[in-house]
Ligand binder design. Structure first.
Ligand code: ADP
Ligand code: MG
Length: 248
């Protein structure tokens, strides 16, 4: 689809845990080939919102739409087939598998059952897997297990796994948390390259400068609610955002 076409939308999405309104009425739109950033202090509902969009967290209210179709009741396991991939705030790699096997898993999830069997029979490293490994620079650690990796490298393996299925939409929850500065700059550059190739992204990140440099639009949240939205420079200068997020 042309850049700027609506790919994914949330309509009045809410997730309540008893009295805690983790997310409380969020409308957002992901446009094709663009990066939307979600900014907000700790506990403002960013991860819960990503969970709701990726169907891992049940909705209390509202709808999620993909290509205009409601997928509010589609199980999370089906979303990979539809080209939605994500990474988690806390790395979730399978500890007993090697790095290569973990990345391969991301490609396998994208296939339906029949083609998965065909793929298993072929079982060479497929082009998307090789490309994901190359782009994230994890080629030197393919035989290691997650427990043997530095934190920054484990995070890159997670990104590789998400890319291995050649997703149309990629959602990243604090992908550079725990990375050093050169690693963060590298990840930001990778996300921008992927965007320029047409990959639609939703990015949650604490580093405000990285968000301004990387995102096309920002949506700021506080206490589960929308506080500002627009061009990154405008959103970070917004007085409400300054107060809620930057403590000024
Ligand atoms: P963020 O990612 O912006 O730091 P979260 O989405 O993790 O925020 O959390 C938003 C709020 O919801 C917090 O107050 C958090 O404690 C609460 N919360 C998140 N998950 C749960 C849960 N499973 N049960 C109860 N409360 C939760
Ligand atoms: Mg979070």
């Amino acid at each position: 689809p042309p850049v700027g076409t609506t790919v994914l939308q949330t309509v009045d999405v809410a997730v309540h845990y008893g009295g805690i309104k983790a997310v409380d009425g969020i409308d957002l739109t992901l446009e094709s080939g663009r990066i939307l950033g979600i900014l907000g202090p700790n506990g403002s509902g960013k991860s819960t919102l990503l969970g709701a969009i990726t169907r891992l967290v049940p909705l209390t209210r509202g709808r999620v739409l993909l290509d205009g179709g409601d997928y509010s009741r589609t199980p999370a396991s089906r979303l990979a087939h539809r080209g939605i991939a994500r990474t988690f705030q806390t790395v979730r790699l399978l500890p007993d598998l090697t790095v290569l096997e973990n990345v391969q898993l991301g490609a396998d999830l994208r296939l339906d059952r029949a083609s998965r069997w065909r793929e298993l029979v072929r079982r060479a490293v497929s082009a998307p897997v090789a490309e994901a490994i190359e782009r994230t620079g994890v080629g030197d650690v393919l035989d290691l297990r997650p427990g043997e990796l530095s934190y920054g490298t484990a995070r890159r393996v997670e990104i590789a796994r998400a890319l291995a299925g050649r997703p149309r939409v990629l959602m990243l929850d604090e992908p550079t948390a725990g990375m050093n500065q050169p690693e963060r700059i590298e990840v930001a550059a990778l996300l921008r390259r992927l965007r320029d190739e047409g990959l639609t992204q939703l990015l949650v990140e604490h580093d405000v400068q990285m968000m301004v440099d990387t995102c096309d639009r920002l949506l700021a949240m506080n206490q589960g609610r929308h506080v500002a939205e627009g061009a990154p420079g405008d959103v970070v200068r917004d007085p409400t955002v300054q107060e809620a997020y930057l403590g000024k």
